[in-house]
Every structure is written in structure tokens, then in C-alpha cells.
Design a protein around this ligand. Structure first.
Ligand code: NAG
Ligand code: NAG
Ligand code: NAG
Ligand code: NAG
Ligand code: NAG
Ligand code: NAG
Length: 331
């Protein structure tokens, strides 16, 4: 069962690698990617713990005051955050039971306390900050109403597949500035948050059919054609129920000596309906059938043929071999 053969017009400039596997993980602008997380440091001492929490949360994308999840993050803070005397809030508080917890309710803060800390400095409620009183930086508890800077943690930007130039905003949402093969293979959609595949000459032919907005996902095949699509290919293939018309059937019997006898019938026509019996005083050796069948497709019904379709062939071919009835008569 053969359906559409196509000849694709290939322009070498269009050939590229749209599915390149590039690590595009990144942090929103003004956040730094370190130890697999994105952090932003607000050094100015303008925030109570509560204000720091909401200022951080306003960065969006689940931003929250930093939790030290592993020692390498602690080392990063020591080296980058508090080396010039800033003390900054982290996301940990004293609980009623006298223990400290990170904001996700996991236990804080060993082994990161400064010597002598926590000391419930003047009584609860206390919040946790990191600072460097001398040579050594570490955690300290302080009144939550003190004004300090803070360290905010935010998720990495979402990755947009097939986006060549992602633009991760301050708010942690990613927009795509440019898709791979922009407007040739891919197109920005949904407020630039997706790069979607276009119907095109390369492999997503979607013809005969329509491709609304040029998007492969909208491909609708013409009636009598079935959509056959996957990641790499979009084809409209002739529905298997479409059958060809057999127009002529010439049937010839050959004798042992090689003499040929046409099947009887209308001498002016080889249409199948006019084929009849053979009569002849021969020893049949072989029987040859010659069929001409046609399959008609109304191209006008498919609208304008896109320029990248250079050639079309339609057809079905199913040969079913059957035993023939009849008698061999010897005279
Ligand atoms: C990223 O987005 C910001 C805000 O929408 C815009 O000002 C900036 O030009 C964009 N950067 C790129 C590389 O497109
Ligand atoms: C695109 O953004 C505009 C403005 O933010 C919004 O009104 C619209 O609904 C968005 N469209 C989609 C498809 O997300
Ligand atoms: C997609 O479909 C095409 C045509 O049917 C086929 O040749 C190709 O192997 C398929 N690719 C995948 C990844 O399934
Ligand atoms: C072919 O026709 C039969 C009977 O009308 C129907 O059940 C079947 O779904 C059709 N097949 C296709 C591929 O359309
Ligand atoms: C012979 O075939 C022609 C078509 O080629 C048809 O018009 C005609 O009716 C046929 N004659 C007989 C006797 O079947
Ligand atoms: C082919 O399709 C067009 C458009 O649908 C129609 O106007 C025309 O009559 C069709 N031709 C035939 C021979 O069916």
C-alpha cells in the first residue's frame, strides 16, 4: 500500500540542528547560579526578618529566604556574602520548642553556628542570620525586628525546548527571545514561552491538508487522508479504504509452443467486464494477466499546493491472488 511520495526542496541554508542538546539552565537575571541553586543577595540592612521574607517572595517563582542545604552553600556564603561585614537574614527561625528550623520545617542549623550561638539573644522570637564578627563567619540568632540584608533563593529558570536564546527574567519566568531556526522550523508562541514546530518542507509536510497558523500541531489532513505524525515527521497518507479502479484486464494463455490466445470477448475492448472464456485446441502452459488500474485524485480540492511539494503521486495497489474456477476441456 503506497501513498504519497514526495520530493523535498532542500535549501542548504535551512539545514541545521534544531534539537541540539544544550544545557540552558540558568538563573534569573541578578541571581547567581551556585551549587545548583539560584541565589540573590540583598546586602543593605533595610529589612526586618518579615520584610526580608516578603521582599524575597516578591521575586516570584517560589522565591524564599535561603536554606543552607549543604555545606558548599555555607562556604559560598562565607566567601561571598559576609566578607565585608554584612549580616544577612537566612530562612530559619526559633520554634516554640526551643529548636531552630528552616522555613521548610527541617531542622536548622548545626554545624553552622558561630561559637557560643545560638544564645537567645535577649529572648524569643529569634531569627537566624549569617555574619562575620571576627575571622570566622557563621550563623547567629537575633531579634527578628532587627534590620539586615537577606539572601534569597529562587528556582532555576524553566527550560524552553528548542529555544536558542532564552531570556530568564528577574521574576524567574523564562521567555524565549529566539527559537532555533526561528520562523523556519520553530516559531515563538504563547507569549514567547514556547517554541513550536512549524509545518514545512523538511519533514512535516502536512499535505494534502491544512496547517493552521503554520503550526504542525494544527495539521488537519484532507478528507480520505489520515494523519501520520510523530516528533520527526508529519504526513497525510491515503486512507487505506481508498481503492483504485481496474480499467482493463487483458488475459492471454500461452501454449507449450508459445502461441498466444487472447481471452474472448469484445474485440474492441479489454475492459474487464468484457473478458470471456478461452477456446482453443492447445496445451496451456502459462496464463498472463495485464491490468491497467487507475486512481483519481482531485487536486483542486486540496487548495494551493505549497511550493515545497515538487511532485505528488497517489495510488493504492493491492493484489489478491485467488484460485480461478473453470474447466480445462480437451477436444
Ligand atoms: C530579556 O527580557 C528583558 C525584559 O523583558 C528585556 O529588557 C531584554 O532586552 C531581554 N534580553 C534579551 C537578550 O532578549
Ligand atoms: C499573553 O500575555 C498577555 C498580557 O500579559 C495576556 O493578556 C494574554 O492572555 C497572554 N496570552 C497567552 C496565550 O498566554
Ligand atoms: C516517524 O514517522 C516516520 C514516518 O512514518 C518514520 O519513518 C520515523 O521512523 C518515525 N520516527 C520516530 C522517531 O518514530
Ligand atoms: C475502512 O472502512 C471500514 C468500513 O466502512 C471502516 O470500519 C474502517 O474504519 C475504515 N478504515 C479506515 C482506515 O478509515
Ligand atoms: C464493446 O466495447 C465497447 C467499449 O469499448 C462497448 O461500447 C460495446 O458496447 C461493447 N460491445 C459489446 C457487444 O459488449
Ligand atoms: C474537484 O474539486 C473541486 C473543488 O472541491 C470541485 O469544484 C470540482 O468539481 C472537483 N472536480 C471533480 C472532477 O470532481
Amino acid at each position: 500500500m503506497l501513498t504519497i511520495l514526495y520530493c523535498a526542496l532542500l535549501l542548504s541554508a535551512w539545514i541545521s540542528c534544531p534539537l541540539a542538546n544544550i544545557d540552558v539552565r540558568q538563573c534569573p537575571s541578578r541571581f547567581q547560579r551556585t551549587e545548583g541553586i539560584c541565589i540573590a543577595i540583598e546586602p543593605s540592612k533595610g529589612y526586618t526578618f518579615e520584610e526580608a521574607q516578603s521582599a524575597c517572595a516578591s521575586k516570584g517563582n517560589n522565591a524564599h529566604l535561603l536554606k543552607i542545604g549543604k555545606e558548599s552553600v555555607f562556604n559560598y556564603l562565607k566567601n561571598n556574602v559576609v566578607n565585608n561585614g554584612n549580616d544577612v537574614w537566612l530562612g530559619a527561625v526559633l520554634k516554640n520548642d526551643g529548636g531552630f528550623e528552616w522555613l521548610d520545617s527541617t531542622k536548622c542549623c548545626d554545624p553552622y553556628w558561630l561559637p557560643g550561638e545560638p544564645n537567645n539573644n535577649g529572648g524569643a522570637p529569634n531569627c537566624v542570620n549569617i555574619y562575620r564578627p571576627g575571622n570566622n563567619a557563621g550563623l547567629n540568632d537575633d531579634h527578628c525586628s532587627e534590620r539586615k540584608g537577606f539572601v534569597c533563593e529562587i528556582k532555576e529558570c524553566t527550560v524552553i525546548s528548542n529555544c536558542e536564546t532564552p531570556n530568564c527574567t528577574w521574576y524567574g519566568d523564562t521567555k524565549c527571545s529566539k527559537c532555533y531556526d526561528d520562523n523556519i522550523f520553530f516559531k515563538k508562541t504563547t507569549n514567547d514561552t514556547l517554541c513550536e514546530r512549524l509545518c514545512d518542507h523538511d519533514s512535516h509536510l502536512c499535505w494534502p491538508g491544512t496547517c493552521r497558523s503554520g503550526l504542525k500541531k494544527n495539521c488537519v489532513c484532507a478528507p480520505q487522508f489520515d494523519l501520520n505524525t510523530n516528533v520527526t515527521s508529519t504526513l497525510c497518507q491515503l486512507n487505506k479504504n481508498q481503492t483504485a479502479t481496474i480499467e482493463t484486464c487483458a488475459t492471454t494463455v500461452y501454449s507449450e509452443k508459445g502461441d498466444a490466445f487472447q481471452s474472448r470477448g469484445n474485440s474492441s475492448s479489454t475492459e474487464c467486464q468484457f473478458r470471456g472464456n478461452f477456446f482453443g485446441n492447445i496445451q496451456p502452459r502459462r496464463l498472463v494477466y495485464t491490468f491497467v488500474s487507475s486512481f483519481k485524485v482531485n487536486l483542486t480540492a486540496f487548495g494551493t499546493i505549497p511550493p515545497y511539494i515538487q511532485e505528488t503521486r497517489f495510488g493504492t495497489l493491492t493484489i489478491i491472488k485467488k484460485d480461478l474456477g473453470g474447466k480445462l476441456m480437451n477436444c
